[in-house]
Design a protein around this ligand. Structure first.
Ligand code: RUQ
Ligand code: CUA
Length: 621
């Protein structure tokens, strides 16, 4: 059996594969009869005023944002900025978001993950990571806004994240790029000894609304691609795929695919937690770092066909499934078998001080659906059936992890990366819907020039798989999560916070306070005016001296749902928003003397155009 996949892989020379990846022949569109188009339209039609059944949170990739859709309509409801500036919401200009972004202007948001309670999405928080600038973020789903962002030291590109454990004890952030610890300069000639692929275990303190790095693990200098946390019987465990275990330092396209196999890293986070408690770590760059070659136990390697992409744990927690990417193969592994192999020390040597479990001792079966190429990611339905996206053959294949039998397949347009099933990563997926996140739209929509949007396709998985809706999506969804809509409880208005020294709830309390060359404006935004200084002859004017540091603390005292105000200063390159009841601060240096209109950017009433004022900056001398 082992021979089989090895020959299957070598049969697909890397060059051929690479060209298939880029110039793949696209399968013809599904023929849709007028009759079935009509019933499909009924299935996805959500009449105005009615709400969708699910929220879909799709990663926005290198837009740095998160896209919120309704399912089944596939209507885009909201774009939530996370790692990139967004002038539509003032994100990155107000003090809170500016501080969180830490000077970065963009991010590459990959895999969103909901907080979980007992293995179910609890609808409270959403986590996401930034491959571009090595960060992790948490969003509060009461307001759909980011609460905290941390920068992850020792790590470059936490791609295979965020995957949370059953009770949100941790989110694990393994790295895509190996770098020397502390991102220090080291020659690439010393790659194998000086570089590391670091995995971070991050916790979320709900009370303080802060993310923290609990510890890190200095894994070998490989690339870590995707991961998944265990469930039920495997709840203390997590799995990570690797590639470039060849430790190539150049031309990875060829050099990182030389060997027939890479590994899945299998680790027990309870064991790692124990090591940390016992002080079995080194401090590097201020972090507690476990070195697996020194601290044995807790981390194992499982051989797998070369360069796997996704690894997904079945809802019952019994199996983990690796998607081949370069091998047209899905490998089903058994946690129970792995536990037994660990207990019996059934090892086939070590790599970098980490024991390798025997492939035969852990594998359950290899599944190779006929002509299906480029398996990337797997999701599950309510019956435990698996749905795998095939990037190269542009389809979704349904199969049974218990038997390996292929049950159904449906073409998608085109080249799916991830797919997302309703409540798909929980211990009890809903079935019903699967959304395929396709990398290419080609001829699917009205042309917008040489580059096209990506495409999402909704598949009805309640019977024979059928694509029932398609929608363009901006670059670039890598994974998403779909949650039952009634699990999310948003607020309509920010509650009053009398303890906030920057907030002003009474019109007559609006004031401007000068401290040396700092000017603090405690202002109000309401339909349809600004009040910066209630006692002034012109309450809607801010007058400062050139060079002053100006803080505008603005409270929106409108307490009606959806009445958001903006605050922009002409030619000063800034804009913030205040949502109903919210207080927000913007800080700037009045370094340009002159007269600058202030205006509200959110259309808030019939007198919105009148919601203006002036910033007067008196020149020096
Ligand atoms: S990875 S398909 Cu982040 Cu699969 Cu994108
Ligand atoms: Cu306030 Cu427009």
């Amino acid at each position: 059996m082992k021979k089989k996949w090895i020959s299957a892989i070598s049969g697909l020379a890397v060059g051929v594969l690479a060209s298939a990846v880029f110039f793949g022949d696209f399968s013809p569109k599904q023929p849709t009869s007028t009759a079935s188009a009509k019933t499909n339209a009924e299935k996805v039609y959500v009449p105005f005023g009615k709400k969708d059944e699910y929220y879909l949170f799709a990663s926005g990739g290198h837009s740095g944002q998160l896209f919120v859709y309704g399912v089944p309509s596939l209507r885009r409801i909201r774009t939530v900025p996370v790692f990139s500036l967004d002038s539509a919401t003032g994100y990155g200009w107000d003090e809170h978001s500016k501080k969180m972004l830490g000077g970065y202007t963009w991010g590459d948001l990959h895999h969103p993950a909901f907080s979980e309670t007992n293995g179910e999405y609890d609808g409270k928080y959403l986590f996401a990571t930034d491959v571009a600038n090595s960060r992790a973020a948490v969003l509060d789903l009461k307001t759909f806004t980011v609460k905290d962002i941390i920068s992850v030291p020792n790590t470059s590109g936490p791609h295979c994240a965020a995957f949370v454990t059953e009770n949100t004890e941790y989110l694990f952030l393994p790295t895509r790029f190996a770098v020397p610890l502390g991102n220090k300069y080291e020659s690439l000639d010393d790659y194998s000894t000086k570089y590391r692929g670091v995995m971070s275990a991050v916790t979320f303190d709900e009370k303080a609304q802060k993310l923290h790095i609990a510890y890190q693990v200095a894994l070998p200098p490989w690339s870590y691609d995707l991961s998944d946390a265990g469930k039920k019987i495997s709840k203390d465990w997590a799995v990570i795929t690797t590639y470039n275990t060849e430790e190539a330092t150049t031309n990875l396209e060829i050099n990182a695919s030389k060997e027939d196999r890479d590994f899945i890293v299998l680790f027990n986070w309870k064991e790692l937690e124990k090591m940390v408690k016992e002080g079995k770590y080194d401090i590097v760059d201020g972090q507690k770092v476990i070195f697996p070659e020194k601290q044995k136990g807790g981390i194992y390697l499982v051989p797998v066909a070369k360069s796997p992409h996704g690894v997904d744990v079945t809802p019952d927690g019994k199996r983990f499934i690796a998607s081949g990417k370069l091998a047209p193969l899905l490998t089903v592994f058994s946690f129970e078998k792995a536990f037994k192999a660990i207990e019996n020390k059934d090892f086939a040597g070590e790599r970098n001080g980490i024991p390798i479990l025997k492939y035969e001792s852990v594998v359950e079966r290899e599944v190779n659906p006929e002509n299906a190429l480029g398996p990337l990611h797997t999701q599950f339905d309510d019956k435990g059936m698996a749905y795998t996206t095939m990037f190269i053959s542009s389809e979704v294949v349904k199969w049974d992890p218990n038997t390996g039998e292929v049950l159904d397949r449906v073409p998608v347009q085109y080249s799916p990366g991830h797919s997302v099933a309703a409540e798909g990563d929980t211990v009890s997926p809903d079935g019903k819907y699967l959304v395929s996140l396709n990398k290419l739209a080609k001829d699917s929509y009205l042309s917008v020039g040489p580059s096209h949007p990506e495409s999402m396709q909704l598949i009805d998985i309640s019977g024979k798989m059928e694509v029932i809706q398609s929608a363009p999506v901006d670059p670039e969804p890598h994974y998403g999560q779909m949650i039952k809509a009634d699990k999310i409880k948003t607020i309509n208005v920010y509650p009053k916070d009398e303890s906030n020294p920057d907030a002003v709830y009474n019109q007559k309390d609006a004031r401007i306070v000068r401290k040396g060359n700092e000017v603090h404006v405690y202002g109000i935004a309401m339909r349809s005016k600004f009040i910066f200084d209630a006692k002034a002859k012109r309450p809607d004017v801010i007058e400062v001296n050139e060079g002053d540091k100006v803080f505008v603390h603005l409270t929106n005292i409108d307490r009606d749902e959806d009445i958001t105000h903006g605050f922009a200063i002409n030619r000063y390159n800034l804009n913030i928003e205040v949502q109903p009841g919210q207080t927000n601060t913007v800080e700037f240096v009045a370094d340009k003397a002159g007269t600058y209109p202030i205006y509200c950017t959110n259309f808030c009433s019939a007198l919105h155009q009148e919601m203006t004022g002036y910033l007067l900056v008196k020149p020096k001398q």
